[in-house]
Design a protein around this ligand. Structure first.
Ligand code: OOG
Ligand code: NI
Length: 403
């Protein structure tokens, strides 16, 4: 009998290899890891039940251009036990993409290794200029983000139910290559400028050989402390932490980032330029909320954003309505619990994601704003599968019938 390398092992090795590669490519990411490790060591007393996985924990983000690429990514991540969870419509923030996150869907899988990949698909139909839309589609049409060897290995894993040791090595090596940064663009400088004028993100997705990893995010136990440490290290951090305010009982997700780096690009011939896409991010995770809790969260956040004036003060004020003790959160069925403790939120927040996108897009977003609306059916057609409903996953893991 062939010995297969388990999906958990593949995922752990892939996550570690991605981290080493990104550390090489974006040295500030290494600094960020050191800051987070030191903050987490200082806040050891606050470790949640799943604290044991912290040192290994990170999520990444990529952006693909076509349905075929999205489907290849879905099959690639499935080999490592990662499935698409939730649908995120980023057009609400003027960003022409929609997204899912690939991750393990069981508590056991998350414990074995919690690596997740946020994956966005470009919505070419949101490019207004028909000529440019067609040009972008033509450019993407001829792109091959996965080597034929990688596609063979994925097919083999699907057919045989796993990969042996030698195939696993090859799979990890070929897989890592997909997400590397390429200095040489696939387009000329003029095309890059046109794509960039339509939306900076379109240039990022269309101009290069592959979906370079654009950030890797470690998880901290105290994001306020990590944020001040970032500033103390002269890292150009985003001013505002996205998500809920600081609380005694953290909920959902709080995130902050440092601004994208400007990297040199060659456009063939002697043409050189710069491209800004890759950045650093940190996050703190709290309790997964029930639909009722999520609705309350959305209302509190919307009120704070509508309030104007000092955003932090408005946030604290609007969230005063959200009970900040575990008994009340359980009694009012606002959060999911297991064994007396809240279940950690493993997913993302579209409004935060939009804030993160905007922070790294910078002020200069070209003509920018798109309006599209949610298109989950089209996304799932492209993916070739329906995404998992996160509430159903948390409900299955909880030991009461909250939500
Ligand atoms: C993804 C932004 C979303 C998060 O943590 O919410 C994200 C991107 O910029 O491609 O990673
Ligand atoms: Ni992120």
């Amino acid at each position: 009998m062939t010995q297969f390398v388990s999906p958990d092992t593949l995922r752990a090795r892939f996550s570690a290899a991605m981290s080493a590669m990104y550390r090489d490519e974006v040295p500030l990411y290494g600094e960020l890891l050191d800051i987070v490790a030191s903050v987490n060591a200082r806040s050891g007393g606050a470790a949640p039940r799943d604290g044991g996985r912290l040192g290994e924990e990170r999520h990444g983000a990529i952006r693909v251009g076509t349905a075929a690429e999205l489907r290849a990514m879905r099959r690639f991540f499935a080999v490592m036990g990662m499935e698409p969870v939730d649908y995120y419509d980023l057009s609400v923030a003027g960003v022409p993409v929609h997204s899912t996150a690939f991750r393990p869907i069981t508590a056991k899988g998350m414990e074995a290794n919690p690596f997740r990949m946020f994956c966005s698909l470009l919505r070419l139909e949101l490019i207004e200029d028909a000529g440019l839309r067609e040009r972008a589609a033509d450019i993407l049409e001829t792109r091959q983000i996965c080597s034929s060897r990688l596609m063979e290995l994925i097919a083999k894993a699907e057919e045989e139910g796993g990969l042996n040791h030698a195939d696993a090595e090859a799979f990890l090596g070929e897989g890592l290559n997909v997400f590397r940064w390429h200095h040489a663009a696939r387009v000329d400088a003029r095309t890059y400028a046109q794509l960039h004028d339509a939306h900076r993100l379109i240039a990022d997705v269309v101009s290069f050989q592959g979906p370079h990893i654009n950030h890797l995010t470690p998880r901290t136990l105290d994001i306020d402390a990590a944020q001040s440490d970032m500033i103390a290290h002269n890292i150009d951090a985003k001013e505002q932490i996205e998500g809920p305010p600081r609380r005694a009982c953290p909920i959902l997700l709080r995130q902050t980032s440092f601004k994208a780096l400007s990297e040199t690009v060659s456009f063939g011939g002697d043409d050189a330029g710069a491209h800004t896409a890759r950045f650093g991010e940190i996050e703190q995770r709290g309790a997964a909320l029930t639909p009722k809790g999520r609705a309350l969260y959305d209302r509190c956040l919307a009120d704070a954003r509508a309030a104007g004036g000092d955003y932090d003060a408005a946030l604290r004020e609007s969230f005063a309505r959200f009970p900040d003790d575990l008994d009340a959160m359980r009694d009012e069925a606002l959060a999911f619990f297991h064994g007396g403790q809240p279940i950690t939120y493993e997913d993302f927040l579209p409004v935060s994601a939009a804030g993160i996108f905007q922070s790294n897009l910078g002020a200069d977003t070209g003509n920018g704003a798109v309006t599209g609306g949610s298109a989950q059916d089209a996304f799932e057609d492209a993916l070739g599968l329906a995404v998992h409903n996160p509430f159903a996953l948390y409900r299955a893991a909880s030991d009461d019938d909250a939500g």
